[in-house]
Design a protein around this ligand. Structure first.
Ligand code: NAP
Length: 335
């Protein structure tokens, strides 16, 4: 089914965006092929969309075919390494986390409560609390419009990085389903302060279910409820800087946290927004930084993409002026 002139404000969690020329539903390879054929006929680009939880759409009309992935099933099978769970692209990510936890399967419990679909998860290699999708990834199948075939990719072929993958670098292919390896025995990964604090307070986090629930609770205390606020969650990526720059910044801000990674020192941007710039709750027009987590940008009802861009650019400039760090958006722009 093809819908016409559908406002992006109804398809994104920011609740911002002008009308998309066409919106197609993707629930099978045939429907995905048909959507591409329509896009070619109309000479329009095609963009896949899941729950719209990581998109900032422009206020003007969007001359494109949006492909709304709606296939959704989850299947488990035993393998020599554990259990393979295969989920369709349109499945809610958190429904997959719950399905694994319900069976006592370890691997993705720290990724509980992340909004979005299974098909969107590999695009930015979603991660939280010391886990990322790549850790459990087995393979995925995607539709390649150039060859009109389904390709099966390994983790190496997906080129996962920090909130990054080949799908972010080279958009175009449509992820149809994703398989992960999860295990019957595992151990809690609770090294992040938000989780270790709960353990120190006496909470028992010894099953995927208990950890998933704790993560959802921590997230809902920090991140705005998408049903109540217009937002796409963390708006910027946490930056990674070189050791020299970190050491220099530490002279100015001795408490500045930093976590060593293979590519440098990862900095919690929220700390800079809070302790260096005092920007918790900072508002410009109809957009503001969320009080409980200033990395999250929130738009009032009726706000525009222009409002959000103005605030985001202003914040990026303030960070650069104060620290020399050039930040990148995590949220994808659609125009
Ligand atoms: P947080 O837990 O306060 O962490 C802030 C930053 O510090 C992140 O860059 C995090 O790295 C890093 N960090 C904190 N403790 C660490 C440790 N023990 N070892 C290594 N690095 C550490 O962040 P938050 O904003 O409240 O978000 C909670 C979690 O959800 C974070 O892991 C965040 O990345 C994740 N998240 C993911 C998405 C997404 O995938 N789109 C969106 C929102 C939040 P990491 O980023 O590597 O964890």
């Amino acid at each position: 089914m093809m819908r016409e002139n559908v406002p992006l404000s109804t398809l994104t969690t920011f609740r911002i965006g002008g009308p998309a020329r066409y919106v197609a539903q993707g629930n099978s390879v045939a429907s995905v092929k048909a959507a591409f054929a329509h896009a070619r006929e109309c000479r329009l680009p095609l963009y896949p969309i899941g729950q719209g939880s990581n998109i900032l759409a422009s206020d003007a009309s969007i001359a494109a075919v949006l492909l709304l992935m709606q296939n959704n099933s989850i299947a488990f099978s035993d393998t020599s390494e554990g259990v393979e769970v295969c989920a369709d692209a349109g499945t809610s990510w958190d429904a997959l986390v719950r399905a694994c936890a319900d069976k006592g399967l370890w691997g993705i419990e720290n990724l509980a409560g992340i909004p979005g679909t299974v098909g969107a998860a590999p695009v930015q290699n979603i991660g939280a609390y010391g886990s990322e999708l790549a850790d459990s990834f087995s393979w995925l199948e995607c539709y390649d419009p150039d060859t009109e075939t389904i390709q099966r990719l390994t983790g190496a072929e997906c080129a996962f990085g920090y909130r990054d993958s080949t799908f972010k670098q080279n958009p175009g292919r449509i992820i149809m389903r994703v398989a992960l390896t999860v295990t019957r025995s595992g151990s809690p990964r609770t090294q992040y302060a938000d989780l270790s604090r709960l353990i120190d307070a006496g909470e028992v986090l010894d099953t995927p279910h208990a950890i998933g629930e704790a993560v959802r609770r921590v997230r809902s205390a920090k991140f705005p409820d998408l049903t109540e606020y217009g937002t796409a969650g963390s708006f910027f990526k946490n930056p990674t800087i070189v050791l020299d720059q970190y050491t220099q910044l530490q002279q100015q801000y001795p408490e500045l946290p930093g976590f060593a990674t293979s590519t440098g020192i990862k900095i919690p941007l929220a700390w800079i927004l809070d302790h260096v710039l005092d920007l918790r709750g900072f508002r410009m027009g109809h957009a503001y930084l969320f009080q409980n987590q200033p990395l999250v940008l929130v738009a009032d009802a009726g706000a525009t993409c222009v409002d959000v861009d103005a605030l985001a650019n202003n914040v990026a400039e303030k960070i650069f002026n104060a620290t020399g760090i050039q930040i990148e958006r995590e949220v994808r722009s659609l125009s």
